[in-house]
Design a protein around this ligand. Structure first.
Ligand code: RUQ
Ligand code: CUA
Length: 674
């Protein structure tokens, strides 16, 4: 009788009809709430459908959620979400609304399926260029993915993501979904507020985090105020090359506050960036020596500082060479930034975390973890305050704008507000870590025309399970968000899934935000078996145009051209030059040529393989035991690896992808004669 009390079934029946689930349509759909009827009878569902719903204990809300997310076999998702893979150092690609995981992109961590970091020269080189001082760092704490933009809209060409733990930024091409570049920040060992792109992707912003001496020198913590610094790094992106160009990049020296997240201005505020900070107390910790722990020391003040940076001006100053050199990298000194008028602070409450610019670029929304409000600043008022001058300054001489003169509004949203996203209905959404919930609130300014609620007011909250960090809405960081769907990226999963031991997955919950007002239900829970994915961006799938196979046979994905050692069918060979042996091999269903390779113990081996297939999905793997070689060679791809044959014996190499009926026969022998 559970279903008898539910609301009208008519919309649901219409949906079921669309899906062909209703075999028998009753002419008189019972009034909702009529006593004594079963769900099926009330709804006019087919006997089959209502029996399934009853057996599984599904409510009408469940069935509606299923209908909104179920994606039949072969039907593609309308959106793709690129989610940070957290400590896995990778990126997840997830279809929406189905919430099916479609791919994992290897970024900072070797990944065997993709043959990333197991011999293939291109991938080894990418990983190595991210190594600080030549030290192998083989993981990352990925935080904030950023899709490339053109005129403030995702353009589907590139993805950037940072590694908080080691202060690195990655560039991924969305032509083949492969990592092309890792950039190690020469100034800092860690970061956080990255990556964020400017509306045309001229610049990729990497904000800092914990104060430290620039260039990772040693300095005593007693000299924190003089020797430790904060930082924001501005990487130049060369779209043509598909790479960050460190030689045209620069950084800005900041006080040793802990810069946190950043966002780029857009439209009216294009050319500006906004980074928040905490620990303006400059607490230095040392709880073991009787000092206040960081958590207390760094949250004493009611206000920290939003950093307002004129990026266009900073780029001019850097180009004019008004920089200091730290480890060969140009840094605009704080004093220069003040002199040039490119850096201002705004007080922001309390223990700030997220800063997000509205789609029209007119407002900056800040959340303080310990303040139940979001605070909204007006870009116009910020400009007026800067023009008016007459500022107070902080200890480092940075001008501070008056809070009241630049604040537009505050909205009380609830406990532990963190991050804000936007939709197409004039609403903003803020994650509430402590409640935990997602709050919908009504924007003001030009957005007021889009909704019926009063500007700058809370509209609704949907509880989420549990402890939400970031949220991501469809096209939510662009100048024209799509609305419709929002994903709550929850850090705790507790009771949502089967017990899998003390280490639990994270929980991504899909929310339906298509309707205005108070209806904002959770539709789906997706467990993410990696800790801890932070942020995601969601792009309309039809904006992507990836290759199905590499453009030509012999393609090197890391140079973006035909490889000089590409091998065509019939050109396979083995050549010896002293104790160096070079092999040119092809792969095609279902054999490698050659199938026998005979060398001597102690030889240096250079091995090229070209997958000459032109068929979609005809990938071959290649593995050699003992030597830690494992490749994935996609159709058209040319790969090279090298090793010293120190171990003698007979080694079966084989294709690791089940590519054909005779895949098991796709093998060969490497003979290493003692
Ligand atoms: S952060 S959960 Cu690393 Cu983006 Cu706020
Ligand atoms: Cu090629 Cu299996």
């Amino acid at each position: 009788m559970k279903f008898a009390q539910k609301r009208s079934w008519k919309p649901l029946i219409a949906l079921l009809l669309l899906l062909g689930l209703v075999a028998v349509v009753e002419t008189s759909c019972g009034d909702s709430g009529s006593d004594g009827e079963s769900a099926g009878e009330t709804a006019g569902l087919s006997a089959d459908a209502s029996a399934i719903a009853a057996a599984r204990g599904l409510t009408p809300a469940d069935i509606s959620a299923a209908l909104k997310t179920y994606t039949p076999s072969g039907v593609h998702d309308e959106y793709l979400m690129f989610a940070s893979g957290g400590h896995s150092g990778q990126v997840y690609v997830i279809g929406m609304p189905s919430m099916r995981i479609i791919k994992k992109i290897a970024v900072f961590t070797p990944e065997p399926w993709q043959g990333y970091g197991y011999g293939a020269e291109g991938t080894m080189a990418v990983l190595e260029e991210g190594d600080p001082n030549g030290t192998d760092i083989r993981w990352g704490d990925t935080h904030h993915p950023a899709l490339s933009e053109t005129a403030g809209d995702y353009d589907g060409q590139f993805l950037f993501i940072n590694d908080k733990a080691n202060g690195r930024v990655a560039v991924i091409s969305l032509k083949d979904f492969e990592t092309k570049q890792l950039v190690k920040n020469p100034l800092a060992l860690g970061d956080h507020g990255g990556t964020f792109v400017t509306p045309s992707t001229d610049w990729v912003i990497e904000g800092g985090q914990y104060g430290a001496p620039l260039g990772w020198e040693y300095a005593s913590i007693d000299d924190y105020k003089t020797d430790y610094r904060g930082l924001v790094t501005i990487w130049k992106f060369d779209r043509e090359a598909g790479r960050i160009d460190p030689s045209r990049s620069f950084a800005i020296e900041l006080p040793p506050y802990w810069q946190d997240l950043c966002d780029s201005g857009k439209l009216v505020s294009e050319g500006w960036i906004f980074c928040n900070s905490f620990n303006t107390e400059m607490a230095t910790g040392g709880v073991e020596d009787g000092n206040a722990p960081f958590e207390a020391g760094a949250s004493q003040r009611d206000m920290d500082y939003l950093h307002v940076i004129n990026l266009d001006k900073a780029a001019e100053v850097a180009a004019a060479g008004k920089t200091m050199d730290v480890k060969g990298f140009p840094v605009i000194p704080m004093a220069t930034a003040v002199e040039e008028g490119l850096l201002h602070f705004i007080p922001e409450p309390k223990s700030p975390h997220g800063v997000d610019v509205t789609p029209d670029g007119k407002f900056m929304v800040v959340s303080g973890k310990l303040d139940p409000h979001v605070t909204i600043y007006s870009f116009e008022k910020i400009q007026a305050a800067i023009a008016a001058g007459g500022f107070e300054t902080d200890d480092y001489g940075i001008p501070i704008l008056d809070f009241d003169s630049v604040m537009e509004a505050q909205v009380e949203v609830g406990l532990g507000p963190l991050h804000t996203q936007f939709d197409n209905l004039g609403y903003a959404y803020t994650s509430l870590f402590l409640e935990p919930a997602v709050a919908r609130w009504a924007l003001g300014g030009d957005f007021a025309d889009l909704h019926e609620e009063e500007s700058w007011t809370l509209v609704h909250k949907t509880p989420v399970q549990y402890n939400v960090g970031h949220i991501a809405a469809a096209e939510g960081d662009t100048v024209s968000p799509d609305g419709r769907f929002l994903v709550s990226m929850n850090k705790w999963a507790i009771d949502r899934f089967a017990n899998v031991g003390p280490l639990l997955p994270q929980n991504f919950q899909l929310l339906d935000i298509a309707e205005p007002g108070m209806n904002m239900p959770v539709l789906y829970d997706l467990p993410i078996p990696d800790g801890e994915p932070h942020y995601a961006q969601i792009i309309k799938a039809d904006k992507l145009d990836p290759w199905e196979v590499y453009p030509e046979v012999g393609w090197n994905p890391h140079t973006g051209a035909i490889d000089e050692n590409a091998v065509q069918l019939g050109e396979e060979r083995v050549e010896r030059n002293g104790n160096e042996v070079e092999i040119w091999m092809t792969s095609v269903r279902s054999h490698f040529t050659p199938e026998h390779v005979s060398i001597k113990q102690g030889d240096h081996v250079i091995w090229h393989i070209t997958n000459v297939e032109r068929a979609y999905d005809a990938t071959h793997g290649f593995s050699i035991p003992f030597y830690n070689i494992n490749l994935s060679i996609e159709p058209g791809e040319a790969v090279t690896f090298e090793f010293d044959a120190e171990q003698d014996g007979v080694f079966s190499y084989y294709c690791t992808e089940f590519c054909s009926a005779l895949h098991l026969e796709m093998t060969g022998y490497l003979f290493v004669e003692p």
